[in-house]
Design a protein. Structure first.
Length: 122
């Protein structure tokens, strides 16, 4: 599976990492596994690092589905880190859909360091 996550309960942070080709179903499965994990907290912050993803088999309609099935609280800080143009566009779409749904804390970044700094800022 090209998606994995780590939960840091002490820092209330979920770090998800993707690599290779990622499909719609793999993202849905990832959301479901995370939501079912007893260590997961909806209010935790999140960094989703997709910089090693080589191909996203995901459409705009899929992004709307992911946004509708959000497992995080509306005020949780979530950073999405992407490297290329197509992934950046899909991540920004997710960010915009989140804003429209009243979720204030989703941002898209080009590197993990900036994402970490934003997630950890007060």
């Amino acid at each position: 599976m090209p998606l994995a996550y780590k939960i840091d309960k002490e820092h209330r942070l979920v770090t998800s990492t993707g690599w290779g080709t990622i499909t719609r179903q793999e993202i849905i499965d990832h959301q479901q596994r995370l939501a079912a994990d007893p260590d997961f907290g909806r209010s935790y912050s999140s960094i989703a690092d997709f910089t090693r993803v080589t191909k996203l088999e995901v459409t705009g309609a899929d992004v709307r589905t992911f946004a509708a099935k959000n497992v995080f609280a509306p005020n949780a800080r979530r950073a999405i880190v992407v490297a290329d143009g197509e992934a950046f566009g899909l991540a920004r779409m997710f960010e915009i859909l989140g804003d429209a749904n009243g979720e204030e804390g989703i941002r898209t970044f080009r590197n993990v360091e900036d994402a970490q700094a934003w997630v950890q800022s007060p």
